[in-house]
Design a protein around this ligand. Structure first.
Ligand code: ADP
Ligand code: ZN
Length: 622
């Protein structure tokens, strides 16, 4: 048929240009060579195998480990008029036969299979009857024991691909450090593959970190001043907090649902569905939430408690802004959070080597929290990617942090720890330093020691900040017993002896809006009232169609497309096709409905029961 990749991108997917690496990967596969693709989540890896499978003769086989994701992708492809199908263990056998029949007849361009299915003898026999275009191995890190999603079946995929030596192989993943990458290439037989490694930067995400003062009002202010009515995920540590914050937010006018491992599966699913359909604005979740969710229009991810590590932070914040539009990753943390995590670490089991690695990970996380320079540079640096800094879109770039030479303050703070017997926490120590005669100070006779009142030049809050930063920097550690007291470490003595100077960041006042947060995001263009209303109407229409077809709304159209419709208001089918994300197939299915909605008409999707808009059907064989 002679179409080019760019034409397919436009006609099927409704996009005008390729993103980084996409075109090169597609060309490599079309030329018959193998490729390894390491790009972050949301960067558009799927198109790298979908377009060659559509263009090349024969069927493209896609191995994917998660049934739910597989089904979502296939439904999404149908919407775009792509002949896709899937085979996995939960399908009834009649369905399996029908899919196999259609595939053998050449009526399927993309066949998604679970690894178990691919390895089965019957399927391998079936494969021999097919004309294959390519093998795509999605979530390729599952092949490595070093990764976090190891699946033993992945180790055997090579057995199958080896029996088809001429067919190009494509392995894709979003998570692979150097060791895992080497493993993937070896175990999948891709040592000669061309490697495409995308930047892990997510330029549309703005990284903001604040010291926790009053978490509730800070969170509410953040949502109401920057994300009114927009979808977001709030991460907390415990189930109780997830429940409590979900109901509190709802009371405050931010409809929210909880999500954690202690809930019944059905309730979890229901809350996830309500979030997907924008029926609630926010989901308040423990780390259990996120696997297998693909909601592109999450505008903020808020951490009310510290994530487990930088890896977890990157993954959790990465769920924001998958549609490429501006989004915020916002976090608050406090001295007690740092204390809690340090203690958890001290108590953890495990050998020396394990502990050393864990300590480094904690240090990196706290270092990120207390950072005074560009957060993006720090974050990418942690994952081995160089960045010049000065990104202009993180809290520290937007509002440079003041620092102060805290060497003398640090000496006073540490010596107060020493003179009180290395068993007290920050609040008591700050009272001693500021010369405050509380009942506890008097009881322990700490008003008689040399450090009593030597720190009157700073207020109590500043001393708390000093202790937090000393602990974050590893210049103090926490007591193992029941007391949450601090104890000195070797590095503390370097400070006490004047061998090491210390700089602290000035915490912002907190509570009120900081300059970095005030106003709308610079990347988000303002919308007038009428467009905002039309956008809401278009969203309602989309939801009605999505419910009817039992698919998530973004499978019909992304918010980005609806926004463009609301602002540009196309009035003809041709103009409708110009909207980002509208290809031929979607224009045909939904053009009339959405054009009517844009004209301001009442749209009744039941009135079009004959039309394909109301049913999910695989595109007919041609
Ligand atoms: P990944 O598999 O890398 O996580 P996806 O393949 O799911 O990412 O793509 C993420 C989103 O980006 C999808 O909504 C997809 O339609 C969109 N997308 C992919 N390529 C392009 C492009 N060239 N232009 C605009 N949007 C794109
Ligand atoms: Zn920055």
């Amino acid at each position: 048929m002679g179409a080019t990749p760019l034409e397919v991108l436009k006609e099927c997917f409704g996009y005008d240009r390729f993103r980084e690496n996409q075109q090169e990967v597609i060309q490599t596969v079309l030329d018959g060579s193998d490729a390894f693709v390491l790009m972050p989540t949301g960067s558009g890896k799927s198109i790298c195998f979908q377009i060659p499978a559509i263009l090349a003769e024969g069927v493209g086989l896609v191995v994917s480990p998660l049934i739910a994701l597989m089904e979502d992708q296939v439904k999404g492809l149908w919407q775009n008029g792509v002949r896709a199908a899937c085979l996995h263990s939960s399908l009834p056998s009649g369905e399996v036969q029908s899919v196999q029949r259609r595939t053998a007849a050449g009526a399927v361009d993309l066949l998604y299979v679970s690894p178990e299915r691919l390895l089965s003898d019957s399927f391998r026999r079936f494969l021999r009857r097919l004309h294959l275009a390519l093998f795509a191995i999605d979530e390729a890190h599952c092949v490595s024991q070093w990764g976090h999603d190891f699946r033993p079946e992945y180790l055997r995929l090579k057995e199958v691909t080896d029996t088809f030596p001429g067919i190009p192989k494509l392995a894709l993943t979003a998570t692979a450090d150097a060791v895992t990458r080497k493993d993937i290439l070896e175990k999948l037989g891709l040592n000669d593959a061309r490697q495409f490694i995308g930047s892990f930067d997510r330029p549309n995400i703005r990284y903001l970190v604040e010291v926790k003062h009053r978490e509730k009002s800070q969170l509410l202010h953040f949502i109401q001043s920057r994300h009114l009515g927009q979808a977001g995920i709030v991460y907390v540590r415990t189930r109780q907090r997830a429940e409590a914050f979900a109901s509190w937010l709802t009371e405050q006018g931010v409809p929210a649902a909880a999500y954690h491992a202690g809930m019944e599966a059905a309730a979890r699913f229901e809350h996830q569905r309500r979030f997907q359909e924008n029926d609630v604005q926010a989901i308040v979740a423990t780390i259990a939430f996120g696997m297998g969710i693909d909601k592109p229009d999450v505008r903020f991810v808020a951490h009310l408690d510290l994530p487990a590590s930088m890896e977890a932070y990157y993954q959790e914040t990465g769920r924001a802004g998958r549609d490429g539009r501006p989004a915020d990753a916002w976090m608050v943390y406090s001295l007690s959070d740092v204390v809690a995590m340090r203690r958890l670490f001290e108590r953890s089991e495990g050998g020396e080597a394990f502990k050393t690695v864990q300590r480094k990970k904690l240090d990196a996380l706290f270092g990120y929290c207390e950072a005074v320079s560009c957060r993006r540079k720090l974050l990418l640096g942690y994952f081995g990617e160089a960045h010049d800094g000065g990104c202009g879109a993180c809290g520290n770039c937007l509002q440079p942090v003041d620092t102060w030479d805290g060497t003398v303050a640090a000496q006073k703070a540490l010596s107060c720890v020493y003179r009180t017997g290395q068993r007290f926490g920050a609040a008591h120590l700050a009272n001693v330093l500021t010369g405050t005669e509380t009942a506890q100070v008097l009881r322990w006779r700490h008003h008689r020691i040399r450090t009593f009142g030597v720190g009157r030049e700073l207020d109590k809050k500043t001393w708390m900040s000093v202790y937090r930063q000393l602990l974050s920097a590893g210049l103090l550690s926490v007591e193992l017993g029941d007391l949450s007291g601090f104890r000195l470490v070797d590095a503390s003595w370097e400070v006490l002896k004047g061998e090491r100077s210390v700089f602290f960041r000035k915490d912002s006042a907190g509570g009120g809006p900081s300059r970095a947060q005030a106003g709308a995001s610079p990347l988000e263009e303002p919308v007038d009232e009428a467009s905002a209303q039309l956008f809401e109407a278009l969203r309602k229409l989309r939801l009605a169609i999505a419910r009817r077809q039992e698919v998530p709304p973004y499978v019909i159209f992304h918010d980005r497309s609806l926004k463009e419709m609301a602002v540009r208001r196309p009035s003809t089918p041709e103009a409708f096709l110009e909207i980002t994300g509208v290809g031929e197939s979607k224009a045909q299915r939904y053009g009339e409905l959405f054009l009517a909605c844009i004209r301001g008409e009442e749209v009744d999707i039941d009135g079009t029961a004959e039309g394909s808009a109301t049913r999910t059907v695989p595109p007919a064989a041609s």
